[in-house]
Design a protein around this ligand. Structure first.
Ligand code: DC
Length: 256
């Protein structure tokens, strides 16, 4: 349902305060001052994976859980979107895996402070364009592209000392030994309703597009969207945003 309710007031003891890096002007891993967690104990290598289809609230939930727990947040979908943007800008056919992989290996990708950078240029808005959204499923289906981007994602988590990592294959392929694995799901109608409210697009179009992307993401040969072994499955259809966040925080608390 994801109706915003008054925050129930958290008794959550944040897990780790990630210090701002001196060479990181964007303050990656920093939470807003109002949410700045105090260090209760150091769990520097905790990895929380959040997988699931689009429209489950995965991104917002992951971001808020990361801020409240003091863990850094990584959106891996942004890497696939940035790779797609790079391919489109290079006028490479998104269905040509080798050509896209070549473009990816000539490009640099970075994610800091919730922003995505391609070759040092911020592309946070550009990667959400309709053109990129239409081609990203084709790009993310190529094993050679996935291999390159997974390496970057693992390096990011290594460098940042753990994190809340969201995507489609995070608990199954990228971090199969993660501390906590979560799979968020919701009915297609509910996911489409949320997305349509967010973007203002007609509900039937959003439903058809989600169905098309779900089908490609879950039937592709390379790292299809699946519920990872050992994942806690949360159906968010009937839950409020705060209830979903609290479920994840409870899992983190139990492991710290
Ligand atoms: O979460 P998103 O809509 O921004 O993801 C964009 C695309 O990237 C989507 O088609 C699924 C794909 N993706 C993926 O294949 N593996 C991931 N770990 C993350 C996203």
């Amino acid at each position: 349902m994801f109706v915003r309710r008054e925050s129930p007031g958290s008794d959550f003891a944040p897990i780790v305060r990630v210090p701002p890096k001196s060479d990181n002007p964007s303050g990656a891993g920093d939470s807003p001052a109002s949410e700045a967690p105090l260090c209760s104990r150091t769990v520097s290598d905790m990895i929380v994976t959040v997988d699931g289809p689009g429209g489950t609230g995965k991104s917002t939930v992951s971001r808020v859980v990361a801020a409240k727990s003091g863990l850094p947040h990584l959106d891996t979908g942004a890497y696939y979107r940035a790779a797609t943007l790079a391919a489109l800008e290079a006028e490479v056919d998104p269905s040509d895996g080798h050509a896209v992989r070549d473009v990816v290996s000539r490009s640099t990708f970075a994610q800091e402070g919730g922003r995505m950078y391609l070759d040092g240029r911020e592309v946070s808005v550009g990667i959400r364009s309709d053109r990129v959204t239409a081609a990203v499923s084709a790009v993310s289906a190529h094993p050679e592209v996935r291999e390159a981007l997974v390496q970057l994602q693992r390096a990011w988590v290594d460098e940042h000392g753990g994190g809340v990592v969201e995507g489609r294959d995070i608990g199954s392929v990228v971090f199969p030994d993660a501390t906590i694995k979560v799979f968020l799901d919701a009915s297609p109608e509910e996911r489409a309703r949320r997305r349509s409210m967010e973007t203002g697009e007609p509900l039937d179009e959003v439903l058809a597009d989600l169905g098309r992307r779900d089908h490609i993401d879950s039937t592709r040969a390379a790292s299809p969207l699946t519920i990872p072994d050992g994942a806690v499955m949360i159906d968010t259809s009937e839950l409020s945003f705060e209830e979903v966040v609290e479920s994840l925080l409870a899992l983190i608390r139990a492991k710290s």
